[in-house]
Ligand binder design. Structure first.
Ligand code: BTN
Length: 263
């Protein structure tokens, strides 16, 4: 572990306490440490550099200066399954923020479960981590998000890009963080008040590949079918060639025209 450098509290944004780090191993890891130390939550942690940034499915997450890397520590009054709905709220908030910051909203889409695409290439990702007590109750939820503002990796199993590479826009990290946290505050309030339905609707309206044939790579098999929708619990509804439908709760989705490579 890298000793966190920085950690100063910055002026709150939209009700969040915000901690900034010059360098850290992973903001998700720091959020977990703060949770274990008893932090009350509603805390945002942003780092200029991560030395051990992590992505979904055990992958590393490229975290150089110029990109936005942050985590939220939350203590939702909900069970683990409901709290996981907040990953979709985060994806919608990221989509809204990037549309606002670039003025090119029509070029961004969401890919299940919660990637943000720009012209079909991944520009942002979300990693949810949580802990439950012996009684199964949620102790805390960490939502980590990385946005490729200036840089993107070249060794991914899917096409990737950055805002700068595709749109030529330079978006400052702090500007992006302010916008994203403001939008996230809104969607978390919606979720607390009205539940998952409005978030599901907002997510579906931004979804890539809906009604199209997709490939889903699971841990032990790869299957194809039509992306029929998002189930009320957040699972991807895949219509198989047999006519049966299957709920996908974890996996990598490959959209038409996108060639995936094995990793
Ligand atoms: C993905 O694989 O799509 C999820 C990427 C999540 C990356 C972010 S960057 C900030 C936070 N800290 C981490 O170590 N990971 C998340």
């Amino acid at each position: 572990m890298v000793t966190p450098v920085g950690g100063q509290e910055r002026t709150g944004i939209a009700g969040w306490r915000v901690l900034h780090f010059d360098e850290i191993d992973s903001t998700n890891e720091e959020a977990r440490r703060r949770a274990a130390a008893g932090d009350e939550g509603d805390l945002a942690l942003q780092a200029d550099v991560q030395t051990a940034g992590r992505g979904r499915r055990g992958r590393a997450w490229l975290s150089p200066p110029g990109n936005l890397m942050f985590s939220l520590l939350l203590r939702p009054k909900a069970g683990p399954a409901r709290a996981a709905e907040l990953s979709f709220a985060t994806a919608v908030a990221l989509h809204e923020a990037l549309a606002q910051l670039t003025g090119e909203g029509f070029r961004f889409q969401l890919k299940w479960p919660n990637d943000v695409l720009l012209d079909g290439a991944k520009v942002a990702g979300i990693l949810l981590e949580s802990a439950t007590g012996g009684d199964g109750a949620l102790e805390f939820l960490v939502i980590g998000a990385g946005v490729n503002l200036a840089h993107f990796p070249d060794n991914t199993p899917y096409p990737a890009t950055s805002i700068k590479a595709t749109l030529g826009h330079r978006v400052a990290v702090q500007t992006a963080l302010d916008e994203v946290l403001t939008r996230l505050g809104h969607w978390i309030t919606v979720w607390e008040r009205d539940g998952f339905a409005p978030i599901r609707e907002a997510w579906i309206s931004r979804a890539a590949g809906l009604g199209e044939r997709i490939t889903v790579r699971l841990s032990d098999e790869t299957i194809e079918g039509v992306f029929a929708g998002l189930r009320p619990d957040g699972a991807l509804d895949l219509l198989l060639d047999s006519g049966a439908s299957r709920a996908i709760t974890a996996g990598d989705v490959f959209l038409p025209g996108v060639v995936g490579v094995s990793v």
